[in-house]
Ligand binder design. Structure first.
Ligand SMILES: [Zn+2]
Length: 429
């Protein structure tokens, strides 16, 4: 798992810095079919050639000796008031515009509801985002269209030099003035230089992931209030990029009370406290003092052990042989000499660790919830399914934007394909 995010803060107080995507330690993108060199580049300081174009106009960037692919500046969605200023491949833009029903409306709280969150000073952290109402797990806290999107690794030319237009300076100058002003006012944890746009990007960037089109690298984005969330190693919220509406959704992972600070994560959460602190210090220059990092030594060691177990389980997910797993299930269903908890014991143990640690990882939860629900279904035990399936539905909504069919499992456990299978064999005996 590798949650990441970025940040900004205009407060003078020392502020935890945020996820940087242009850091040297960012994992290199895999493959490079366009022959682009994915190295961070400095912003050219003496650029004089600025294209004369209408402010909303799209600028194609032709391939030359700098690049071999067609980049474009595009403000998307084209017909909406609040746009995202994009530097992307032309075929990425075309693929986005060709999405059925693009853009879908941005999610928003009901008009009568209070503003769901407030940005206010957070002791020792500059500013932070605080709940202005109670949130249930899965509730939407924020929906924000970012200011800008660009390749997470700005490509250099085949000769190692950047294309004059593929620089943050040229890109930001192209933005409409009101957006540019916001962008340039974002917090910069990397330097105090006024024109250090790369520092702003490195401080505030958050991964969008891959976008449609031929570019197989990752894209990153810079948001506005999205960048106000502080980090916790046991976050109570998580962000998700929604391409269809070109916006980020932030949802609660746990119940959050009005007045509580809302945290997301900037680092790899399945690592030990020492490793997490090293990562956060290197990338953002702050020492994490979150709830988990502040535990007394004994509790901290227990937390490290739990996270270690979850990390090992996460690695094992990729080795899982589904056919073998199904065979084991069938064998357990029929062999009544095996205890009832035999098939799902390990998975139930992992779900218990996740709950004890309060660290909700969707991939792990869903994979092991499948095993637990399958076993409980075979035993005809609805109670053992409902809670596990509801959490799987919530985590799927937070991470994927939909429940993955888990609400149906929680509502009608009797309708699952395995309902009562083992019970049937025991009655036949
Ligand atoms: Zn921490």
């Amino acid at each position: 798992m590798d949650f990441k995010r970025g940040f900004l803060n205009k407060a003078k107080a020392p502020k935890p810095a945020k996820k940087c995507i242009h850091d040297q330690d960012t994992p290199p993108k895999s493959g490079d079919p366009h022959g682009l060199v994915g190295a961070p580049i400095p912003i050219p300081r003496a650029e004089k050639t600025r294209p004369e174009v209408p402010i909303y106009g799209e600028i194609p960037i032709s391939p030359d000796n700098h690049t071999t692919v067609n980049f474009v500046y595009a403000a998307l969605p084209r017909n909406e008031h609040w746009k995202v200023w994009c530097l992307m491949l032309a075929d990425t833009r075309d693929a986005i515009l060709a999405l059925p029903n693009f853009p879908s409306p941005m999610l928003s709280p009901p008009p009568s509801a209070p503003r769901p969150y407030v940005v206010q000073p957070a002791p020792g952290m500059g500013k932070g985002v605080f709940a202005n109402m109670d949130f249930k797990p899965g509730s939407l806290i924020m929906c924000e269209r970012p200011l800008a999107i660009f390749p997470a690794m700005i490509p250099c030319g085949i000769d190692g030099t950047p294309h004059p237009q593929i620089s943050f300076k040229a890109f930001v100058e192209w933005m409409q003035p009101e957006y540019r002003k916001v962008f340039c006012g974002l917090y910069n944890c990397k330097s105090t230089a006024k024109d250090d746009l790369l520092g702003i990007v490195n401080t505030n960037c958050i991964y969008v992931g891959r976008l449609p089109g031929s570019y197989n690298g990752l894209y990153g984005a810079v948001g506005i209030e999205l960048s106000r969330f502080n980090h916790s190693c046991t976050p109570n919220a998580q962000e998700r990029w929604d391409l269809q509406s070109m916006s980020f959704h932030v949802r609660a992972l746990r119940p959050i009370k009005k007045g509580e600070q809302i945290f997301i994560s900037y680092c790899s959460l399945l690592r030990s406290r020492t490793e997490r602190q090293q990562e956060l210090s290197q990338k953002y220059g702050f020492k994490c003092a979150c709830e988990c990092c502040s535990l007394p030594p004994k509790d901290s060691a227990r937390s490290d052990a739990r996270r270690g177990a979850l990390d090992a389980a996460h690695v094992k997910l990729y080795e899982l042989d589904h056919q073998e797993r199904d065979k084991a299930f069938q064998a357990w269903v029929k062999d009544l000499s095996l205890p009832d908890n035999h098939f799902a014991k390990h998975s139930q143990g992992l779900l218990d660790i996740i709950v004890a640690e309060g660290l909700y990882n969707k991939t792990l939860w869903v994979a092991h919830a499948e095993t637990v629900c399958k076993a409980q279904s075979a035993l005809g035990n609805a109670k053992g399914i409902i809670g596990v399936a509801k959490t799987a539905a919530m985590l799927s909504l937070v991470e994927d934007g939909q429940d993955g069919g888990w609400n149906m499992v929680a509502t009608d456990p009797e309708k699952t394909a395995w309902w009562g299978l083992r019970k049937k064999y025991s009655l036949e005996k």
